[in-house]
Ligand binder design. Structure first.
Ligand SMILES: C[S@@+](CC[C@H](N)C(=O)[O-])C[C@H]1O[C@@H](n2cnc3c(N)ncnc32)[C@H](O)[C@@H]1O
Length: 212
């Protein structure tokens, strides 16, 4: 997957399709998680979450890993606007999140906002297994993403929307995964349990905090 070509328009496409909802979802738990010390952000994209989180938790060490150079440039620009104080302790890492080579754990918080939907079953398995060894004993995951609601009357609308999104992401970025995969069994196997959940849009959007 290469998001370079959509990096500058990503935000505006998001607002056009979902209005403020994705932003509400990804920012929802920030204040509750602002006590973390060593944070890993996976596939943060244009850095909107990173900038908001860094402002809320200026003392944290934060590693933000992304596979798009253009997205990382946008993150860098946002951090520069925040000022030198907020930039301290933050590493922007151009790397595949499925590799642990550049990581510097143990992390007590891992964040995946609209990132796990890019991965298939095998990649979830690999990512969560790899990261288990990079996380502190008492660690948390924040996962914000899409899920097809259980109510059959609404499910088809969200199924269609999801198929369309995957079609466009595949065409524009080469994304290989084509469906939403439930990552929960992998987190449970790694010893985590869900402690908080908030949903929007009839359950299509969720933001969950997991702890171990
Ligand atoms: C759908 S965007 C989500 C961006 C952002 N987290 C948000 O809340 O909207 C997925 C992001 O993950 C990055 N990405 C995809 N696969 C990756 C991988 N294997 N390793 C690191 N980053 C990856 C993409 O470059 C992109 O910035």
């Amino acid at each position: 997957m290469n998001c370079d070509s959509i990096a500058s328009s990503y935000r505006w496409i998001e607002y056009a399709v979902f209005g403020p909802y994705l932003e509400r979802a990804r920012f929802h738990w920030i204040d509750d998680l602002a006590d973390a010390k060593n944070v890993l952000i996976l596939g943060d994209g244009d850095g909107r979450f990173l900038a908001r989180y860094a402002a809320a938790n200026p003392g944290a060490r934060i590693d933000s890993v992304d596979l798009s150079g253009r997205m990382l440039q946008l993150s860098e620009r946002r951090l520069t606007k925040l000022g030198a104080g907020s930039r301290r302790g933050i590493r922007l890492i151009y790397a595949d999140a499925l590799s642990t080579d550049r990581l510097d754990g143990p992390y007590d918080l891992v964040i995946a906002n609209f990132f796990l939907d890019c991965l298939d079953h095998a990649e979830h398995d690999r990512l969560i297994r790899n990261l288990a060894g990079e996380m502190a004993l008492e660690a948390r995951w924040l996962v914000t993403d899409f899920r097809i609601p259980a109510a059959p009357k609404r499910a088809w609308v969200f199924l269609m929307l999801t198929k369309i999104m995957y079609f466009f992401f595949h065409a524009l970025t080469g994304l290989q995964n084509r469906e939403l995969v439930d990552f929960s069994p992998n987190l449970i196997r790694a010893g985590f349990y869900r402690v908080r959940q908030r949903t929007w849009l009839f359950g299509y959007l969720f933001s969950d905090v997991w702890e171990r």
